[in-house]
Ligand binder design. Structure first.
Ligand SMILES: O=C([O-])C(=O)C[C@H](O)[C@@H](O)C(=O)[O-]
Ligand SMILES: [Mg+2]
Length: 429
């Protein structure tokens, strides 16, 4: 068996995205992703996926060159390769990514996001070479299916008139009734029983009303609200007190560890985060101050599946829960999340996934949710197959773009509907 990497293919693509609202603005009609393929000397191809914005591509290209000749089994070596890839200082100057939706932005974190795409591709190739599923390479699954939550968004029925976009059949959701209707559809279509509402879009009282409406429509179902740090400590405390009884947890109500610690202390409502703890370096302060009770790992920016397992071990040590965060992603990443989540013993919260919002994929067969769960594949590797024709179509879209969509910019998309829109200063409320 020859596990040497002989070729690496990087394919940036643009995938359709509905007009989902968040505190920064609204999703653009197409969003960038990067598909990574690693080919071994034996002709086995492994696939991975990560962010596709220009700054990730810039790093992925020299990374791919350095990977050639290395073994797909040399997973630790991926971090050595990452250290050799220079990050342009201007890429980390703003200190936050996508207006903070992915937490702090550092050179290391950019590198880790790139590593994750290659790590998943190497694990897929290694698993195919050995005839073993990725979860076995990670030590073995402890469950046969992974539970996901419905990721509810306030949304418009369509992107602004005149903007080229794909249509979606979810309709609008801009008030409590719309949110409940969306949740019903999520339940009907996928069987989800946990619901997360992306907040920070409307004044807190409107979002409180939406969560109350969900609690009434789905009694006993776990509910979460995530305003992406849009609230002050006082507002967070008020919302936490009003919704404490019905929330499984409140996600990133306020920005930063000190603010989160104060909210946690004053309310006792469990707080989750994918914003204030996004790197190992941020753990110590947050955990010792009791600022977060659940860390939402994202294998993309934590540096892959094995780093996610390490994060889970640290969380376990401190008695902090762990679950999975999601940005827009395709089936390769859902498969990767499912494999790693299957190996985490104490996963007590349904994971987040944007996947139901993605009508397009690069797989021959979409992954499916049954009863809100994705079955853990026992096929070699990730258990997914790339659809080259679809990949080519979505890559063509990326090639044809003038650059406006190659970097995610929710504020720019919002300005098309509202030319006065400026990214809100935080806290917004
Ligand atoms: O849980 C979160 O904070 C996210 O999923 C961040 C995402 O960027 C989400 O807000 C989005 O896609 O609008
Ligand atoms: Mg979040």
């Amino acid at each position: 068996m020859n596990l040497a990497v002989t070729d690496v293919r990087l394919t940036p693509i643009l995938v359709a995205d509905p007009p989902l609202l968040n505190t920064q603005g609204v999703h653009q009609p197409y969003t960038p992703r990067l598909i990574v393929e690693v080919v071994t000397a034996d002709g086995i191809t492994g696939v991975g996926e990560t962010y596709g914005d220009a700054k990730y591509l810039e790093l992925a290209r020299p990374f791919a060159e350095r990977l050639k000749g290395r073994q797909v089994s040399d997973l630790n070596g991926l971090f050595t390769v990452a250290d050799q890839v220079a990050v342009d200082a201007s890429r980390v100057e703003n200190a936050v990514d996508v207006g903070g939706l992915r937490g702090v932005q550092t050179a290391d974190k950019l590198r880790l996001s790139v590593v994750s795409g290659f790590e998943v591709a190497c694990l897929d190739a290694l698993g195919k070479a050995l005839g073993l599923p990725v979860h076995t390479l990670l030590g073995g699954k402890v469950r046969d299916a992974v539970e996901y939550s419905a990721y509810l968004f306030y949304k418009w029925a369509g992107h602004p008139a005149g903007v080229p976009a794909e249509k979606d059949d979810w309709g609008a959701a801009v008030d409590p009734a719309g949110v409940v209707e969306q949740a019903r559809r999520f339940k009907e279509r996928y069987g989800f029983t946990s619901f997360k509402l992306k907040g920070g879009v409307f004044p807190p009282d409107e979002e409180i009303a939406a969560v109350r409406a969900l609690a009434e429509a789905f009694p006993g179902h776990p509910l979460r609200l995530d305003p992406n740090g849009a609230w002050s400590v006082e507002t967070s405390v008020k919302v936490a007190r009003e919704l404490g009884e019905v929330l499984e947890y409140l996600e990133d109500p306020a920005l930063g560890t000190p603010a989160m610690a104060e909210v946690a202390e004053r309310t006792g409502v469990p707080l989750a985060t994918n914003m204030c703890v996004t790197t190992f370096a941020e753990i110590k302060e947050a955990f010792t101050r009791g600022a977060v009770q659940v860390v939402l790992s994202d294998h993309h920016y934590w540096g892959g599946l094995r780093n996610t397992q390490q994060l889970a071990a640290v969380c376990r040590t401190f008695g902090v829960g762990v679950s999975m965060h999601s940005n827009t992603h395709l089936g390769i990443s859902l498969a990767a999340m499912t494999h790693v989540a299957a190996t985490v013993p104490d996963l007590h919260h349904a994971c987040d996934s944007h996947y139901p919002w993605q009508s397009e994929d690069v797989l021959t067969e979409r992954l499916t949710f049954e009863g809100g769960k994705v079955a853990v594949s026992d096929a070699p590797g990730l258990g997914v197959e790339l659809d080259r024709e679809r990949l080519a179509v979505l890559h063509r879209r990326w090639l044809d773009d003038d650059g406006a969509l190659r970097d995610r910019d929710d504020a720019a998309a919002m300005r098309i509907a509202d030319p006065e829109w400026v990214t809100p200063a935080m806290p917004r409320w």
